[in-house]
Design a protein around this ligand. Structure first.
Ligand code: SF4
Length: 473
């Protein structure tokens, strides 16, 4: 299903669409307040952007350094070319340790690789321990947002879900009551687990350590109780030095939720005493993206979600309408890079307002890259038929000034007189929720001409004598 079709389903529930829009705008406003409280905010963004440019220019070296340091600290490092290899490595590790129950803290990489289904099909129970992730897991859904996975679900729906799965009181929707019930449920799952899987927010080449940011402390619990810890790490998460970490931690939480810092920033340096730490470094298309000069800057992303929260299209169409793990502006860049045909509609799910670029903490030029994608898709013939025809017609008219003027004149004269059914029909999706503006009496060209002539007349008329009083003399 392409984005416009899936978005139409989301918008059909107007109440949900409006509430979703408001909820995300609230998060965006919190981000603004938090960012404006730091006088050095723009400097931090610039420094973060430069660190990312530098890291990507020597990614291979930093990856090798990271591996060397991590191994020196007692971790075992694995390399996965793609999602299949990643899933196979994780499964073999779990299987060789006799693991049947795994707790997982939030990791968009494992979502991207489809790890939950892979393991569950091999009789390994996987429990997502982040509350939002657990909610979507119980609903057999995927997260709709990279930071707020259950933002599309109302508390009354969570109440019903918990009543069915966790035995809470029927009709209960009090967030504190529901959170407490989830805490008890997850605590038991954490105690019973044989292994813990985490994602990684930042991996430090200099030390071989890595950091996982959570607000619920579930990454710490999930890795402190079981002896086996597997960390799944996308290769773009590298930063060169420990000193760089402060820049990104300050930017990440403020951009994501407006907090000064995430509640837990857990540092891992080697396995805990008596335990095992395995780090799986995953490419899965990132190397190809790095080789692509048009879109390699999308690898700078720190997955804060700010571009989703501010995007007028994302807010009004919901994350599931994108049909991919990472939705929103950044998802509309990285997913077409994997499969341009399957995701050809995504770069068009954008008004090119540039708000995503303005809020991105690492200064990714998101709307420029989305615009570039549209050109690349057009070059490959991947535009929908109606859009192709419309652009061809527009190109034909715009290349012929006389025809352009004639078309404008005809539109001004005839459109106000046309019957409504001829203007608003199923071949005009633009008019589904919008009314055409009133036709102007004159063309822009004519108005501009009159303005220029008016200015010329003013300039040639003799200057008035200066008024002494008004000059204060
Ligand atoms: S592209 Fe920028 S704003 Fe969007 S999630 Fe990534 S870091 Fe955040």
């Amino acid at each position: 299903m392409d984005h416009p079709t899936a978005a139409a389903e989301f918008i059909a529930n107007a109440e949900r669409a409006q509430w979703h829009d408001r909820a995300l705008w609230f998060v965006r406003a919190k981000r603004d307040k938090s960012a404006h409280a730091l006088p050095e905010w723009e400097k931090l963004r610039e420094v973060a952007s430069q660190i990312k440019f530098h890291t990507m220019s020597r990614l291979a070296d930093y990856l090798e350094q990271f591996e060397q340091q991590a191994v020196g600290r007692g971790a075992v490092v694995h390399w996965a070319r793609d999602a299949d290899e990643h899933n196979r490595i994780v499964h073999e590790l779990l299987d060789s340790h006799g693991v049947r129950r795994v707790v997982k803290s939030k990791s968009m990489l494992t979502e991207e690789c489809g790890l939950n289904d892979y393991l569950q099909n091999r009789a390994i129970e996987v429990v997502d321990t982040d509350l939002g992730e657990r909610i979507v897991q119980l609903r057999h859904e995927h997260p709709s947002h990279i930071v707020l996975p259950a933002i599309h679900i109302k508390k009354e729906e969570v109440g019903q879900l918990f009543h069915e799965h966790l035995g809470t009181a029927a009709g209960a929707s009090d967030p504190s009551y529901l959170a407490e019930a989830a805490r008890h449920h997850l605590r038991q799952k954490l105690l019973d687990a044989d292994a813990g899987i985490t994602g990684v927010n930042f991996a430090i080449a200099e030390t071989g350590g890595f950091v996982v940011c959570t607000n619920e402390g579930n990454a710490d619990l999930g890795t402190s109780l079981p002896k086996l810890h597997i960390a799944c790490l996308g290769i773009e998460k590298l930063i060169p030095h420990r000193a760089d970490l402060g820049v990104f931690l300050r930017l990440l939480a403020r951009s994501a939720t407006g907090q000064p810092i995430t509640t837990y920033s857990s540092h891992f340096h080697g396995p805990r005493p008596g335990g095992e730490l395995h780090i799986v470094l995953v490419d899965n298309g990132r190397g190809d993206l790095l080789a692509n000069s048009d879109f390699r800057r999308s690898l700078h992303c720190i997955r804060c979600g700010a571009c989703l929260n501010t995007c007028p299209v994302y807010r009004r169409s919901g994350g599931h309408s994108y049909g991919v793990t990472i939705a929103g502006p950044i998802g509309s860049i990285i997913n077409p890079a994997r499969d341009p045909t399957a995701h050809a509609s995504l770069p068009h799910a954008c008004s090119l307002c540039g708000s995503c670029t303005d809020v991105c903490p690492v200064k990714i030029d998101l709307h420029h890259q989305l615009f570039t994608w549209r050109q690349r898709l057009a070059e490959r013939g991947l535009l929908p038929f109606t859009k192709r025809m419309a652009l061809k017609a527009a190109g034909f008219v715009l290349r012929r000034p006389m025809l352009y003027r004639l078309t404008g004149w005809l539109a001004r004269k005839t459109v106000p007189r046309l019957p409504r059914w001829l203007l608003y029909h199923r071949f005009n999706p633009w008019g589904k929720q919008r009314e055409l503006p009133a036709m102007p009496a004159r063309s822009f060209r004519k108005l501009y001409q009159l303005e220029v002539e008016g200015r010329a007349i003013k300039q040639t008329s003799p200057e008035k004598p200066r008024d002494k009083e008004s000059c204060g003399e």
